[in-house]
Design a protein around this ligand. Structure first.
Ligand code: HEM
Length: 125
């Protein structure tokens, strides 16, 4: 691996760690396990938004052009964090089980939580 490529990946990886840490530190009263996988998911989503928004932003505002050169590393780290997030959810929380009501997603009213706890799904289990 070329040295500059390594530096670029280290830069984006450390940036992602910083973003994840902000989310992690913002919820110190949460269960440690859930706090970790949610922070990793949040950092992953931020990287995805940056990677996708860089192109349109550079079109609209020339000040965003330097972001264009970082899209590859940002996209790669998005994928890495999303995979880690998924693994942490499945392994640490869902215990390799299929979605069922006892997953207990009570802390946010997201569509995923509503789906998993819906009476329609409950009747299938
Ligand atoms: C593109 C890949 C993914 C991204 C960017 C992503 C990102 C996120 C984000 C930002 C959250 C909210 C975290 C918070 O509340 O602070 C979240 C929640 C969650 N994610 Fe992911 N995620 C991805 C893939 C997955 C996959 C594959 C699974 C399944 C294994 C999964 C399971 C969950 C669950 C169960 C929640 C909690 C939902 C709730 O409480 O309502 N995610 N994810």
């Amino acid at each position: 691996m070329r040295f500059s490529l390594l530096i670029r990946h280290l830069t984006v990886g450390l940036g992602a760690l910083g973003v994840g840490s902000v989310f992690w530190l913002g919820r110190l009263n949460w269960d440690p396990e859930m706090r970790l996988w949610r922070a990793v998911g949040d950092a992953s989503l931020v990287l995805l938004v940056v990677a996708l928004a860089a192109g349109p932003m550079a079109r609209l505002w020339s000040g965003a052009c330097p972001l264009l050169g970082w899209r590859r590393e940002t996209g790669i780290w998005f994928g890495v964090l999303a995979a880690v997030h998924s693994a942490l959810v499945w392994h640490g929380w869902a215990r390799w089980d299929v979605p069922r009501p006892s997953w207990g997603m009570s802390s946010s009213p997201s569509s995923v939580a509503s789906l998993v706890s819906s009476p329609a799904l409950e009747s299938l289990t």
